[in-house]
Ligand binder design. Structure first.
Ligand SMILES: [Zn+2]
Ligand SMILES: [Zn+2]
Length: 415
């Protein structure tokens, strides 16, 4: 096993019975996700659908229109006047019920939003009418509790993904500089055909394959491809893995690999991070870069969860989606239980098993870390991620289950 394999969480293997008195030791880490703060409540999909034409609409269709969905798409294409584009998009969305993050700049668009099916699809269709976006992959998944984002943010953004130093200087518009996309079925074939993943072995004949997860640790923790590796860094945006140069980091799976002969199969949630990151790797001389087209969400829709274990973390109010979400409209309660039961996630505090694969935010407002936690530790640490946070000055009360916190100013200003 390569040393770079991320922490000691065991896949599909029961962990040793957790001690009821775990020694809680924590290394201070920077709060990774302070900006991520899910909305306190969700609006249910009660919107009446305004019908412009007096034609007959079957009731099922009307229901379909009002059903809430999350839509994601992105595309790297040159936009001459992204500011004017922002205005056009805002105009189109006037009177439509869309919440989410939609960013445009000279390199294209990146959109994640929720809304009633009718509005959500109308916007994606409208964007695709522009010939540059016509072949764009649009992904849709159900949002049962209504909006998955608190509000609409549609604006010019210098970097379409969060990356230190921005992404405008990267050759994102040149497809040859990005990783070669593999369709979900091609990806599955490659996974099934792989023989040995140990790229650190001294064997030199034949091609090697590295399955690389370029997401963050909290995403990995609730689900990933079997046999994948990820570098031991907190966040994609500040990563330097593969780029370490003289400062070689032994936890970096790209360290010391043959840049000409190793096939690197990289994946992320929807594909955009791989597209960005692969341009950085290309510049560093990595030749055989492949990416999963449309990311894991597209794969789970097309290929069921073959090779995938656990849930998929998503950057909206839903946080964690079982694979069944992508296959049909919604997983049944039993399916969800079964899929949850197959996976053993680790409690961030005591490393014991966590079956419910959903993060919580640390109750310490100044930490706000997203982490997986067992019920016992959640009680013991009063919703904090560590004993240090438990004695921090600004704490929110522990909420039962996975209820969401209110905005932090509510706690600061008194409830
Ligand atoms: Zn625990
Ligand atoms: Zn904390």
């Amino acid at each position: 096993m390569a040393s770079a394999v991320h922490h000691n969480c065991h896949l599909l293997r029961p962990l040793p019975t957790p001690s009821r008195h775990p020694r809680l030791s924590f290394s201070p880490r920077p709060a990774g996700l302070r900006s991520f703060f899910p909305a306190p409540g969700f609006r249910l999909g009660t919107h009446a659908v305004a019908l412009a034409e007096p034609e007959f609409v079957p009731p099922e269709e009307e229901e379909e229109d009002a059903r809430f969905v999350v839509v994601t798409f992105y595309k790297f294409v040159p936009l001459e006047d992204p500011h004017a584009e922002v205005v056009r998009h805002l105009n189109f969305l006037q009177g439509r019920d869309i919440h989410g993050r939609i960013y445009l700049n000279e390199q294209g668009i990146n959109a994640q939003y929720s809304g009633p099916h009718k509005d959500a699809v109308a916007y994606a269709d409208w964007v695709k009418k522009h010939h540059r976006f016509s072949d764009m992959l649009v992904q849709t998944s159900p949002a049962v509790t209504g909006h998955a984002f608190p509000r609409l943010k549609l604006r010019y953004k210098p970097s379409l993904v969060q990356l230190e130093g921005g992404s405008l200087h990267l050759p994102l518009l040149d497809p040859n500089m990005r990783a070669t996309p593999l369709t979900p079925s091609e990806w599955k074939e490659r996974l099934e055909a792989r023989t040995c993943l140990d790229v650190s072995s001294s064997e030199t004949s034949g091609r090697r394959l590295l399955l690389l997860d370029v997401r963050n640790d909290y995403e990995w923790d609730i689900g990933h491809f079997e046999g994948a590796q990820r570098p031991n860094v907190d966040c994609f945006r500040s990563t330097s893995f593969g780029l370490s140069g003289e400062m070689e980091d032994p936890s970096d799976p790209l360290n010391g690999i043959d840049r000409e002969r190793t096939d690197i199969l990289m994946y992320c949630t929807g594909g955009i991070r791989c597209d960005v990151y692969s341009t950085i790797l290309r510049k560093k001389g990595f030749r055989n870069l492949y990416t999963l087209e449309g990311g894991v969400s597209n794969y789970l829709k097309a290929e069921e969860p073959a090779g995938w274990v656990g849930n998929l973390f998503v950057f909206d109010g839903r946080l964690s989606l079982p694979p069944a979400t992508f296959r049909q409209s919604l997983p049944s309660e039993e399916e969800e239980k079964e899929e949850n039961g197959r996976w053993v996630g680790c409690c961030y505090a005591c490393r014991s098993e966590v079956v419910e694969l959903r993060h919580r935010n640390c109750a310490n407002i100044d930490c706000n870390r997203l982490y997986l936690c067992c019920g016992w530790c959640a009680e013991e640490l009063r919703g904090c991620c560590s004993s240090d946070c438990k004695v921090a000055p600004r704490l929110r009360p522990l909420l039962p289950g996975h209820q969401r916190y209110l905005k932090w100013h509510v706690y600061r200003d008194g409830r």
